[in-house]
Design a binder for this molecule. Structure first.
Ligand SMILES: Cc1ncc(COP(=O)(O)O)c(C=O)c1O
Length: 426
């Protein structure tokens, strides 16, 4: 009856409003048509599906620390709930957290920001990037993204109607952006460069010298803004963390420095990130936040105040665990036939090359791309890694070693068995 009524009604109408009434006819926005679900999420889902079918799957695909949120931080969240700090907050964060963020930038990075006008708190660092791009890009504007990149950068640029300009890095350069390649990619339409160090997916850390060379290029192109994604700042091994503005303060009036609580404090689900930059950028970002999500979670904000102001000694312990896992897996890749891996200096990822497996086959299945390798590894040995194609540089796999040593040992045995089983003559 209802369907017949709708049909009759539609017969009288014309144009898109009529189509909107048809239940099955969902018209997607042009922006959404430009993007696809994150490949890391797709692989994790595939792994979950296999697990649900009873397979013993080791998923090394997710980008989150496997440590719990430290208790004093979690307690601060509980305390906020008990104290009734559960209402909407200021759009860009509670003053206490903005002050703690400004103090963090001063303490860790030597950067001074006015917490009132130059700091913004958002639900996750991802939303800092998203709002910055949404607030500034017009159709055809270009954003330079070094590859391999975090999967969300190009999609967010495309959602904002911009054009990602991918500049590949090379394994032999330690996956660090080459200054000459950057300069060659800059056009009058370039609006942003996105820098991410330590990097997801390679773990590469930009040194002072790298950043100096990049800063020199940027100084020759004053129309280009820079977004530095410093979310893995606290997960570094032997190379010290440096942010661009620490090396070249002269870029401050066109740099957005982004960071957050997810990786440093194992707070991925609390969803708190922060950015600092010039008021002329932070103001429009605040407008976007107010009209999209109103504010970040009040409870999470109070927990992050405790995180930023509390004891940080657990970071060294956790980094020691990450380092041991990195070294263990590097040794595995060193020995497994067909795989080689550069030694990363930060984050919790390895980005091994599978060039030596391409052209081979396993159980009659041809391995033509890193996607084939990742799929075959998942199907044959139930180990989930993400193909490098998803990050814009193939043929590689990304392995997240934010997993227990027991899991890594089992994964190592399976990966080695897989590589040995590949007929590499093709
Ligand atoms: C490079 C990079 N930037 C940003 C983020 C987003 O972090 P958040 O949880 O703060 O949104 C991630 C998360 O995986 C990441 O890997």
């Amino acid at each position: 009856m209802i369907a017949a009524g709708v049909k009759r009604c539609m017969q009288k109408m014309t144009g898109p409003s009529q189509r909107a009434l048809a239940v099955a006819d969902l018209i997607l926005s042009e922006a959404l048509e430009r993007i696809a679900p994150s490949p890391t999420v797709v692989v994790s889902q595939k792994a979950r599906d296999l697990k649900a079918k009873g397979f013993d799957v080791i998923a090394l695909a997710a980008g989150e620390p496997d440590f719990p949120t430290p208790k004093p931080i979690a307690d601060a969240g509980v305390e906020a709930i008990r104290a009734g700090k559960t209402g909407y907050t200021a759009v860009d964060g509670i003053p206490e957290l903005k002050a703690a963020v400004a103090a963090k930038f001063e303490r860790d990075n030597g950067l001074s920001y006015d917490p009132q006008t130059e700091v913004v708190v958002t639900p996750g660092g991802k939303y800092v990037i998203y709002t910055a791009l949404m607030a500034t890009l017009r159709p055809g504007d270009e954003v330079i993204i070094p590859a391999p990149y975090w999967v969300s950068y190009p999609s967010m640029v495309e959602l904002a109607d911009g054009t990602p300009v991918i500049v590949e890095t090379k394994e032999e350069d330690g996956f660090c952006l080459d200054a000459a390649a950057l300069e060659a990619a800059i056009t009058p339409k370039t609006r942003w460069l996105i820098l991410n160090s330590p990097s997801n997916p390679t773990g590469a850390v930009l040194t002072q010298q790298h950043l100096r060379a990049i800063a020199d290029v940027l100084q020759r192109h004053p129309h280009v803004w820079v977004l530095t994604d410093d979310i893995y700042e606290h997960v570094v091994f032997d190379t010290p963390f440096e942010t661009l503005l620490g090396v070249e303060p002269g870029l401050k009036d066109r740099t957005l420095t982004m960071n957050g609580a997810s990786k440093a404090y194992s707070m991925t689900g609390w969803r708190i990130g922060y950015g600092a930059g010039p008021k002329r950028l932070i103001d429009p970002m605040r407008t976007l936040i107010s009209q999209s999500i109103s504010c970040p979670s009040s409870i999470s904000q109070w927990a992050v105040v405790a995180a930023l102001e509390g004891d940080h000694s657990f970071l060294a312990e956790r980094n020691a665990a990450f380092r041991a896992r990195r070294d263990f897996m590097l040794d595995v890749f060193d020995k497994a036939p067909g795989i080689t891996c550069a030694k990363p200096e930060g984050a919790f990822y390895l980005y091994p090359s599978v060039k030596g497996l391409i052209g081979g086959e396993i159980n009659g299945r041809a391995l033509k791309t890193d996607i084939d390798v990742a799929e075959a590894l998942l199907e044959q040995e139930h180990v989930a890694l993400v193909p490098g194609t998803a990050f814009g540089l193939a043929p590689y796999l990304r392995l997240s070693y934010a997993a227990s040593m027991d899991e890594l040992e089992e994964a190592a045995a399976r990966i080695t068995r897989f590589c040995e089983a590949v007929d590499r003559r093709g």
